[in-house]
Ligand binder design. Sequence first.
Ligand code: PEP
Ligand code: MG
Length: 858
Amino acid sequence: MGAYTVLLAEARGLSREVLGGKGYGLAAMAQAGLPVPPAFVIATEACRRFLREGEVPGLWEEVRAKMAALEGLTGKRFGRGEGATPPLLVSVRSGAPVSMPGMMDTILNLGLTLEGVEALARATANPRFAWDSFRRLLAMYGEVVLGEGAEVFEAGLAALKDRRGAGTDAELAPEDLEELSFQYLRHLEARGTPFPLDPWAQLEGAIRAVFRSWQNPRARTYRRIYGIPEDLGTAVVIQAMVFGNLGEDSGTGVAFTRNPATGERGLYGEYLRNAQGEDVVAGIRTPEPLERLRDYAPELYRELHEVAGLLERHFRDMQDFEFTVERGRLFLLQTRSGKRTAKAAVRIAVEMAEEGLIPKEEAVLRVEANVLPGLLRPAVDRDRAPEPILKGLPASPGAAVGHAVFSNEAAERFNAQGLPAILVRPETTPEDITGMYLSQGILTAKGGLTSHAAVVARGLGVPAVVGAEALRVLPHEGRALAGGVEVREGDLLALDGSTGEVYLGPVPLVEGGEEEALRRLLAWAEPHRRLGVRANADTPEDARRAREFGAEGIGLCRTEHMFFGEERLPWVRRLILAKTEEEEREALERLFAYQKEDFKGILGAMDGLPVTVRLLDPPLHEFLPPLEALRAQAETGDEEAEVLLERAKALEEQNPMLGFRGIRLLLLRPNIFRMQLRALLEAAKELREEGLDPRPEVMVPLVADPKEVERAKALAEEVFQEYGPIPFGTMIETPRAALLAAEIAPLVDFFSFGTNDLTQMAFGLSRDDAGRFLPRYVEEGLFPFDPTERLDEKGVGRLLRLAVEEGRRANPRLKLGLCGEHGGEARSVGFVADLLDYTSASPFRVLTARLAAAQAGM
Ligand code: PEP
Ligand code: MG
């Protein structure tokens, strides 16, 4: 190659960084013997130098030499027709090393002048085509290089069509297009930016404009959003033009080597007869499906099939390629790895491995683990759905359609009639569990990705959109306002928890699937996984589902939801209100019976596998009705409400999440601790007597000091006296506990990192409210991602690493797990894969955790 330029045929061994994606794909195709029009590439280094210094010494001489080579290869002269030979025209296109679709500029038909138009008309015996090519060049050049607005050219064309009464461009005569060309020329002249009627000046101007387009606002924004480095620069591809608009035996098309929506094998795409590539993009005429070619151009169809096979063998991936047919001859203009849906990604990876195109390991690495939960669920068919009325955070994947309900009671009512419900709440609290359980979908106005609604929905496998800021929910009035739209109880709503979009009325869905392909992929992945994967589950049903997804136990069984059943809540309230030991004992005995049954169900479902039960965590006020409701009821003279109100006022805290909860509550109300642990051990004992193999473990939440652990352990040991010991552990979810890991570790058998609270406290941001501004924070580039979704390695990760290292040093037998929501997020799992013994995720996300852990080990 020259210092900055290289012909396709000579680009062997040069990287995508040098040639840009487009140049790289063209060079690879040319080398594979595929029909690619002759071209050369200006390397990205030239762009970088141009942007740095404003000029690239020696570049224009090199460009001239390469153009001479193109003249040799095509037998045409640049910009000059000779007899029956048309002039050589070129396209000038940008191509960055990383795909930035549509972000930068392209100019076609470059090199045409007034004499060139005549020559082209002569050579093709098609003056209409010649003038059409010229007016297209003028418009593109005018816009991209000379900075004129595209609408000026569009308006000129539209006015002309009006005058001629022409419905489409095709109805315009050659003279019309000639007139239009002169009109464009005059306009550019009058603006002080005349169109250069010298081909070489055109070429230089176009190359400079493509270099500059790297810095245009669209491109900068795109790079910022996708984290693409600013200093890559773009390559420029200069390629001999071929024409798809020379008649009915010409055309242009786009093809995928497999179906990008389903992954199904086979050519998939569109073709437009007698057209140039930009016509397809502009949607001026509707292209026809490629299969149509089978009827009237079977040879071409067969050739495209062959090309598809060659491209896949060469690039070892599904390709999305552009082609042009010039008078029956096929030319390839571009190829790249095709964008695809999650479903297609899995199927393509698995089938390509089975076809021997890629190794199985590579198939495993190609699938983005975070998409798996959404794969098994239906999704909204966005092509056929109306505009969404709202957008929130995609908290739990899958689509749901149902009737809006605003309370547990309404959810029960619809459910009893066999009607699907969507629970709509300002936010959810543990009290809403019944409604959440009975609904097909959950929508909240507040809350982030680790808010109660998000966590519980994922656990239940119910699709959910949370933190839809534009939503105002008025549960007492039985209605909600979404922008200008009022939603009343019973109105049909639809939501997609994979995209965060909410719709009014029914919407078409597409079914989930690919279970079989996914099963095979995971089977290939498993041997590479070292990290254990458990589930967060607190019902036997969740436990069973998690087990089907491959969970190796339960890493977090939250016990608070067990207190919310209709017949249980009164006993929980009595426990809270108890004035005498006798009253407390009675309530505890009742709750003991319920809990024992709960634990039997879960331990039974996870027979033979560890089940880590976390003792009560939330502040007690969560088990009482909201203050306003109590006040209103007390005002009606309801005595019970008056008592509850007094108690609720006493329990009220400014900041309950940092208040009397977790270990603090358990140590100061030790009978709750004893009751829960006894229920767990009694359940295990009964199951053992039935011949099962329960493996309970117990842990305490929100510890901040070793003294708390010591006291909790002493309490546990009292109960162990009676039943025998089980593993005893603590959650590490306050920064102080992480910092004091060396002192805490010798007291316990395991640590389980509660990264939801650890993140909340490390950042000092509320997981329940931060959904209001975190997305904007990320958009503004203040945070690289939402740390409640993906583990912040720098800060929270540092606390975690410190606790792991110091904890292990102080207690070499210490087991280490993670049970925050990050435990089911692919990159976070990758981060802890070498640090911990296991991660724990909500049932559907067990799949993500398994795949991500395997990928980390490859
Ligand atoms: C955590 O804080 O990470 C955790 C698992 O506990 P919870 O989400 O129940 O607070
Ligand atoms: Mg917690």
